[in-house]
Design a protein around this ligand. Structure first.
Ligand SMILES: [Zn+2]
Length: 258
């Protein structure tokens, strides 16, 4: 059985390059053979990319998260475009809107988001969406400018109705460890109402620790099996069938060979 972690901040699990390699080894031992490595800023991207670039099955997204809106870095648009040419860089992101913590102002967040959607379109790549308390604006922006290669709602946090509204677009919904929380009824209802081929899972390492590991300080890609097991039970599927389906979905979302 193999698993695909569609969203992990390897650089935030541990800053130490050797420890990062250890995290990947542990993931591979748990059957997690593909991981999309995510960074919030371009500076972090280069460090983590260089450390992990030689490892098969590790893919990378490059972009500027809404948290970096006031300081995206000098010449950030060109930097993203240059980095998109590197091997195994397969998506733009994470980008999106975050109105929970007040990063910059809404206008500048939206501009940062739109520019990255345009970069994704120009490079024919999918985009990884961060949405926190900004569902309406994320939807409105996406409805007009979603790249042809599609979008992945990472760590999905809206309800079933919102997901349904998005289904006409080329989008996937990625669920993190918080899906396994007993009180996450909103997410449970969403998952039960989504077409199976639009569902992905991720760890959002180190942040969203699955309930099973709640005593640990941080999560990591190896723990994705916990979310997968929970989802299999929820959907009344056996784990092996589900893992195959999720693998297929992830490859399609990121345009990778199966
Ligand atoms: Zn993230």
């Amino acid at each position: 059985m193999q698993f695909f972690d569609t969203h992990a901040h390897i650089g935030l699990i541990n800053d130490d390059p050797i420890e990062q390699l250890r995290v990947i080894t542990q993931a591979k031992q748990a059957g997690v053979s593909r991981i999309v490595s995510i960074n919030n800023s371009l500076h972090d991207f280069t460090r983590v990319y260089n450390n992990l670039k030689a490892i098969p099955g590790i893919y990378h997204a490059v972009g500027v998260a809404p948290s970096e809106v006031t300081n995206p870095g000098k010449d950030w648009i060109n930097t993203i475009e240059e980095n998109l040419k590197l091997p195994n860089v397969i998506a733009v992101g994470e980008t999106g809107l975050d109105y929970y913590k007040q990063f910059g102002d809404k206008r500048s967040q939206i501009e940062l988001f739109i520019t990255q959607l345009e970069i994704a379109q120009k490079n024919n790549l999918p985009v990884i969406i961060h949405n926190r308390d900004a569902g309406k604006d994320v939807f409105d922006v996406l409805a007009e400018r979603i790249p042809d290669a599609g979008a992945i709602f990472h760590c999905y946090s809206e309800n079933a109705e919102y997901a349904k509204k998005c289904l006409d677009m080329r989008v996937w919904f990625s669920f993190a460890g918080n899906l396994t929380y007993r009180n996450a009824r909103n997410l449970h209802e969403t998952v039960l109402n989504l077409p199976i081929d639009r569902i992905l899972i991720e760890t959002e390492s180190p942040f969203m620790i699955p309930a099973e590991f709640c005593e640990r300080k941080r999560t990591m890609p190896a723990y994705i099996t916990s979310t997968a097991k929970f989802l299999a039970e929820m959907l009344d599927m056996d784990l092996e069938t589900l893992s195959k389906q999720l693998w297929k979905n992830s490859c399609k979302a990121f345009n990778l060979p199966e």
